[in-house]
Design a protein around this ligand. Structure first.
Ligand SMILES: *Cc1c(COP(=O)(O)O)cnc(C)c1O
Length: 452
C-alpha cells in the first residue's frame, strides 16, 4: 500500500485542536480573554456603541504603537482605504496603480471617486507589487500607488518610494495583511504617505468589523475625516479650504467605528506584538523544516534584513511544479488534505483585472464601462503585461497559519508536505490538472468550518 493517505496510508497529521479561542488552539484566532470581554461589555453598559471617546483612545494607542502623528478609526478597512484615497486627492479622471492580486477593497472604491485603477504586476517571490514594472504604469493622471504588503510580505518600499517621489505620486500602504510588520526596521504603514487597513475578524490584528488609517500628513488626515466622519469635521481644521465645508461629510459616507471594536482593539493591541512574535517563530520553524524540499518554497522574508512577516496573515507557500514533473497544485493540495492538512487550498486572490467589474460593468449608467468612464484612453488594454498575476495561481497554495509554537504539531504538518513531495510520482497518473480559476475573490470563511 502507498504511504500517501490519499491512497490509504496513515495521515501525517493527527493534531486535534482544542477548538477554543483562549490561546490553547493552534489555529483559533483572535485570542479572546476576560479582558476583551470586559472591554466590550463596558461599552455596552454605558451605551457608548456610537460614541467616539473609546475610538479616540484606540487611535492614540495606535499612533503610539505604529509611530504615526494622526490616526482615524473607521467602520471597516474598505472605508479606511476609500478615505485614504480621497485624502490623497484622488478624484475624477485620476488613476491609481494597484497590484491585481489583492483583495478587491485595496482599490475598488477608486471607481466611486470617478477615478480608475491601473493594475500593476507582482513579483513571483514576494507576491507584492513589482517595482521593476511599476514606472511604465505611471502617467500624468496617476495620483497614487496602492501598495499591498500581501500575505504579510513587506513590499519593496525603497524602490516604490523612489519611483513615487520621482513622479510626485502619493503612496497608500494597504496594511490589511501585515499590521505591525517591519520593512528594514521601519514599521509598515509609516513609509508611504498614508496607511489604511482592515482590522476585521479574519485579519491578524482582529478586533471586529473595523479599520484604521494613519498618516503624518495633516491635509491627508483632515481630508479623510471630511470624507466620511462628519461629527469630527470641524471649523477648526488646519486645512483652510476644508473649514467652510465642515459639518457634512464630503463623500456622503459615514465611516464611524463601532466602539465595541475600538474597546476590544485597545486590549488586542496590548498583546499583539508578543502574539505575532510567537506566530513568526512557529511559521519560521515550519518553513525551516521544509527548506530544500523539491517543489515548494517558502513565502517569507529574511528577518536578518530587519524586515518581518508581521502576524503572517493567511500564510501561503510558493509552488514549483517543474520540480515535480508538472504535478498540478490542485492535485498537490488534494493529497495534502488527505494527510489531514485541512487548511490547504490552491491559488490565492484571483486577479482583479479579469473580473467583469473591471472589464465591462457600467455601474453608474455612464453608457460605457465604469473603468473607463472618465479616462481618455482604455486602461483595460494595458493589462496584457500582467504575466505574473495571471500565472501565480498555479504557483501558490495556502498553508496552516500557526498561532502557537508547538514544535511536535508543526512537525506533523511539515511531515505531510515532505511526504506528498517525496511521493509525488504516485499523484501524476490521476492528476486532473488545474481548473481555469484557482483561488477566490476573498479568503474569509463567513461560517465556521467543520473538521471533516
Ligand atoms: C480585508 C482587506 C481589506 C478590506 O477590509 P474590510 O475590513 O474587510 O473592509 C482591504 N485590503 C486588503 C488587502 C484586505 O485583505
Amino acid at each position: 500500500m502507498s504511504e500517501l493517505a490519499l491512497f490509504g496510508g496513515k495521515p501525517a497529521v493527527t493534531y486535534v485542536g482544542t477548538g477554543k479561542n483562549d490561546g490553547t488552539d493552534m489555529f483559533k484566532w483572535p485570542v479572546i480573554t476576560k479582558e476583551d470581554e470586559e472591554a466590550a461589555l463596558s461599552v455596552l453598559r454605558v451605551g457608548g456603541m456610537s460614541g467616539t471617546n473609546v475610538t479616540k483612545e484606540f487611535e492614540a494607542d495606535f499612533c503610539k504603537w505604529v509611530g504615526a502623528k494622526y490616526a482615524l478609526g473607521t467602520c471597516n478597512g474598505t472605508a479606511a482605504l476609500h478615505a485614504a484615497m480621497f485624502g490623497c486627492g484622488v478624484g475624477r479622471g485620476d488613476e491609481v496603480i494597484c497590484p491585481s492580486r489583492t483583495y478587491w477593497a485595496s482599490c475598488t472604491s477608486a471607481l466611486t471617486l470617478g477615478a480608475t485603477v491601473v493594475f500593476g504586476d507582482i513579483d513571483p517571490n514576494t507576491l507584492c507589487l513589482d517595482p521593476k514594472k511599476l514606472e511604465a504604469k505611471i502617467t500624468s493622471k496617476t495620483k497614487a500607488i496602492i501598495v499591498v504588503h500581501y500575505l504579510g510580505y513587506p513590499a519593496d518600499m525603497d524602490e516604490i518610494m523612489a519611483i513615487a517621489k520621482k513622479h510626485n505620486v502619493k503612496v497608500i500602504e494597504d496594511v490589511s495583511h501585515a499590521q505591525g510588520g517591519l520593512y528594514k526596521g521601519r514599521k509598515l504603514g509609516t513609509i508611504g504617505d498614508v496607511a489604511a487597513m482592515s482590522l476585521m475578524a479574519g485579519k491578524s490584528l482582529a478586533i471586529g468589523e473595523a479599520g484604521i488609517l494613519h498618516t503624518d500628513d495633516i491635509e491627508i488626515y483632515e481630508r479623510a475625516i471630511a470624507f466620511g466622519t462628519y461629527e469630527r469635521f470641524s471649523k477648526d481644521f488646519q486645512t483652510e479650504y476644508l473649514r467652510p465645508l465642515a459639518g457634512l461629510p464630503l463623500g456622503g459616507y459615514k465611516h464611524r467605528m463601532h466602539q465595541i471594536s475600538a474597546a476590544v482593539g485597545r486590549v488586542q493591541l496590548k498583546y499583539y506584538d508578543e502574539r505575532c512574535a510567537t506566530i513568526r517563530k512557529a511559521m519560521n520553524y515550519f518553513w525551516d523544516l521544509l527548506e530544500g524540499v523539491p517543489g515548494i518554497r517558502a513565502h517569507r522574508v529574511d528577518e536578518s534584513t530587519g524586515s518581518n512577516m508581521a502576524g503572517w496573515y493567511a500564510a501561503h507557500g510558493l509552488y514549483v511544479p517543474e520540480e515535480l514533473e508538472g504535478l498540478s497544485v490542485t492535485r498537490f493540495c488534494e493529497a495534502l488534505r488527505a494527510e489531514g492538512v485541512d487548511a490547504v487550498s490552491a491559488g490565492c486572490n484571483l486577479p482583479l483585472h479579469t473580473h467583469p467589474l473591471f472589464q465591462v460593468a457600467d455601474v453608474y449608467n455612464d453608457g460605457k464601462p465604469t473603468r473607463i468612464a472618465f479616462t481618455d484612453k482604455d486602461v483595460r488594454e494595458m493589462d496584457n503585461d500582467l504575466d505574473v498575476c495571471e500565472d501565480i495561481g498555479a504557483r501558490t497554495y495556502s498553508i496552516p497559519w500557526f498561532k502557537n509554537y508547538e514544535p511536535e504539531v508543526i512537525e506533523q504538518y511539515a511531515n505531510a508536505f515532505k511526504k506528498v513531495c517525496a511521493n509525488y510520482k504516485e499523484l501524476l497518473a490521476d492528476d486532473p490538472g488545474n481548473p481555469a480559476q484557482l483561488g477566490g475573490w476573498h479568503f474569509f470563511q463567513h461560517t465556521a468550518k467543520k473538521k471533516a
